[in-house]
Design a binder for this molecule. Structure first.
Ligand SMILES: CC(=O)[C@@H](O)[C@H](O)COP(=O)(O)O
Length: 272
């Protein structure tokens, strides 16, 4: 029988998405930083599994491969997850995804299909058919969606090997607004679940990881912090801490006080 330490050393606990292994469970967005240098240092400090990039927002010069931002991405050598931010129709998503595949030389895509510009809520009615089209076209699709169980289940049914429910609307930093539905989702779905959007504090990331989510994707909370570099590091530590707590098996909350100091003459490990 291996000791706990030995068991830990044996199991690497990578995040596995579409058969690919990642040693970090944090995914970071790349917009709204005060400067490219601060973005680069935040990425270095937090060592994310992937960084997500919007082709539409970076403009046409990225397509020609001579954009300073593109140079920075290559320099950081972190896997790029292109996204379809700002797309409002399935056709727009598909065209953007195909262009991103050419430009970034990757078949990963973060599927964002916006249904409402005010809340940036995904178009849940057309998301599933769009995910299916992209999967049939060979993409590894990570769909940004709501925490609705049936929607997430349908995304899995059409071949998404991971789904990314929001915690709250993009950019709000409100943290998980519907813990009941998120915990239920974790209970019911077996695929990797990454929380994407709405996390404002490292403690939000830690909580969802403690509930058993497999990773977090965030942008605004880091980019708009007074010190994005330290905040990126804080999110990386909180994500890892939450994962560790989840794997460690938390005690169940008790109704009444339980003495934690041993009675005289009784070894403390017999007090349970
Ligand atoms: C960059 C990106 O993909 C965002 O759209 C993502 O959803 C993160 O959201 P927050 O900015 O709320 O962290």
């Amino acid at each position: 029988m291996n000791s706990i330490k030995e068991q830990r050393a044996l199991s690497k606990d990578d995040l596995v998405l579409y058969g690919e292994h990642f040693s970090s469970r944090l995914l970071l967005g790349t917009s709204r930083y005060p400067s490219p240098q601060i973005l680069e240092e935040a990425v270095l400090a937090s060592q994310p599994a992937m960084i997500t990039v919007s082709l539409r927002r970076q403009g046409s010069t990225v397509e020609q491969g001579k954009n300073a931002f593109w140079e920075l991405l290559k320099k950081m050598s972190v896997p790029v997850l292109p996204n379809t931010a700002g797309c409002h129709s399935p056709q727009e998503v598909i065209t953007t995804a195909q262009m991103a595949r050419e430009v970034f030389e990757t078949d990963w895509i973060k599927l964002e299909l916006i249904g409402d510009d005010y809340t940036l809520q995904p178009d849940t009615l057309r998301l599933v058919e769009t995910a299916k089209t992209l999967i049939n076209d060979g993409f590894k699709v990570l769909p940004y969606c709501t925490e609705d169980l049936i929607l997430c289940q349908r995304l899995v049914d059409v071949g998404c090997q991971a789904v990314m429910p929001w915690a709250a609307p993009i950019g709000t930093g409100q943290g998980p607004l519907n813990p009941y539905a998120m915990k239920l989702l974790r209970e019911r779905l077996k695929v990797p679940l990454l929380v994407d959007a709405g996390l404002g504090l490292p403690s939000h990331a830690c909580s969802v990881m403690e509930w058993g989510f497999d990773g977090v994707l965030l942008n605004t909370a880091v980019a708009l912090a007074d010190n994005p570099i330290d905040m990126a590091k804080a999110f990386a530590m909180a994500t890892a801490a939450g994962r560790s707590a989840y794997l460690s098996g938390a005690m169940s909350a008790q109704e009444s006080a339980q003495a934690s100091t041993p009675l005289v003459g009784t070894p403390f490990w017999h007090q349970a």
